[in-house]
Design a protein around this ligand. Structure first.
Ligand code: PLP
Length: 282
């Protein structure tokens, strides 16, 4: 496997960053995960735009343009002969002697690597996902895609121990989002409900693309929070992320959602998203 490190393509075994990298020392870094389908990047412009926004919010000066990132990612996919999977990208504030305060003239560290993964033939698709609710213990700027992921790591561990594949994080009696996904429920009239973007959640790229597709195809979208009780009484539930596209959620805390099997609305939305992904891939 070949990785990208600060301008060079290198075998992963030789890919190195400094122990003084602020990403390593402080989690002073932003990341993005972009899907690859048929050897092409999915929703690349949305991911590079979000990267630009996240880095801007914490004052990391991007050393490469969004377009250049797309070009590097295409080259990386080609070098790895990746057909289906993910590209992980991380941009850190850079390297300097450890201090909470940082210099303004640091050169950011930019690292990317690929991971092979089955995205279309998802094993979770047939049964749907089981979700475990956990307390949302994250900070107040979840709109920034920072690599400080300890709350999500612990939430996913709790979910796994309960036999679940994802955690839904709860705050003030409502679902904020999944540990690494956006959360949805489907109403009896076929409309879908998901939270509006704010500092409380990560603005999902898959969410953005999917809501547009929903509107174009006449699926009503209501952007508001929902509780676990409402989700358990909903006809369907689901999640989106770049690494899973769109998946049905069929169990929450051991109780079935609707009849406990993947429903037509989430399955249709998955088809729509994959069709969009293939059409707009670069
Ligand atoms: N919410 C959180 C907390 C995430 O970590 C992710 C993705 O990793 C998402 C939502 C989904 O975002 P996207 O669709 O851009 O992958």
């Amino acid at each position: 496997r070949i990785a990208y490190v600060n301008g060079a393509f290198v075998p992963v075994a030789e890919a190195r960053v400094s122990i003084f990298d602020r990403g390593f020392l402080f989690g002073d870094a932003i990341y993005e995960v972009t899907a690859v389908l048929d050897g092409k990047l999915i929703d690349s412009a949305l991911h590079t735009a979000r990267l630009q926004r996240s880095t801007n919010e914490i004052g990391i000066r991007m050393s490469v343009s969004p377009d250049q990132i797309g070009e590097i990612q295409k080259a990386l996919v080609e070098r790895n002969a990746l057909v289906e999977g993910l590209i992980y990208l991380q941009m850190t504030r850079g390297v300097e002697e450890r201090d909470f305060l940082f210099s303004d003239d640091l050169d950011p560290t930019l690292v990317m690597f690929t991971q092979s993964k089955k995205l279309i033939d998802s094993p979770a698709l047939k049964a749907g996902l089981a979700v475990k609710s956990v307390e949302d213990m994250r900070w107040a700027r979840r709109d920034i895609k920072s690599t400080c992921l300890l709350p999500q790591i612990l939430a996913k561990r709790i979910a796994k121990d309960a036999g679940c594949q994802e955690a839904w994080m709860i705050e003030d009696g409502v679902v904020t989002e999944g540990a690494s996904s956006t959360a949805y429920i489907v109403m009896a009239d076929g409309s879908i409900v998901t939270r509006a973007n704010s500092n409380k959640t990560l603005p999902g790229c898959t969410r953005l693309a999917l809501l547009q597709l929903a509107q174009e195809t006449g699926v009503c979208v209501e952007e508001r929070p929902f509780s676990l009780e409402e989700a358990l009484g909903a006809t369907e539930a689901g999640m989106t992320s770049a690494s899973n596209f769109v998946l049905p959620v069929t169990m929450i805390d051991g109780q079935p959602v609707g009849n406990g099997t993947p429903g037509p609305v989430m399955q249709r939305l998955r088809e729509l998203y994959i069709e969009h992904a293939r059409k707009t891939a670069i």
